[in-house]
Ligand binder design. Sequence first.
Ligand SMILES: [Fe+2]
Ligand SMILES: [Fe+2]
Length: 225
Amino acid sequence: MQEVLPNNSDNTNFREISIFDSIICELESSLSILSGKVQSHRPNPSIKINDEYLLSEEEKLLVSRLMRINHVGEICAQALYRGQAFACKDKNIKDLFISASIEEIDHLVWCRQRIRELDGRTSILGPFWYISSFLLGLIASFYGSSVNLGFMSETEKQVEAHLEKHLNLIPHFDSKSRSILLQMQEDEIHHKEVADNAGADDLSYFSKISMKIMSKFMTKLTYWL
Ligand SMILES: [Fe+2]
Ligand SMILES: [Fe+2]
């Protein structure tokens, strides 16, 4: 590994990052993500929109539940990409996963902010989704870079299609939620292109179907919990 950590106060000696350092970094990162302590890098696309139409209580409940699903999706994206990066041997591919996960932080923060505006709540199952997605990413990384990237490409493709569904479900006058989902959709398309250009493999039919079943399970459960 090329990364180094200072091991004394004057920074004159350095040591390589050990597996224990990496695990501690991952724990710290997961706690920041799950506790909502992370900050977005770009402004929330809905910030300048003044909704003149007030959503009814039923509409607010529906949209907050949909945004909760999207928030969990972003928790999964964080965990997945960090898991994929964790055991990735190729430095360039590893950096690609890390930068994708950093961009996904914006989505995570925007969804959380919108949920709060709608007086909704985030999922109580966040830690469960984070751990399962991290393990899934870790497993994908053992199949080599092209499969690892193929997993990212397929994930982004399915997320983009899922966002399209939500854009059709939320009230058309909810411009705030729409602006967030539209920017997320644009970013997910870009992430897919990045993975494809880096050499993503097309995953097997079985893998794609399994991913769809898992995401369906997640969306159904998160709608209520
Ligand atoms: Fe995202
Ligand atoms: Fe993405």
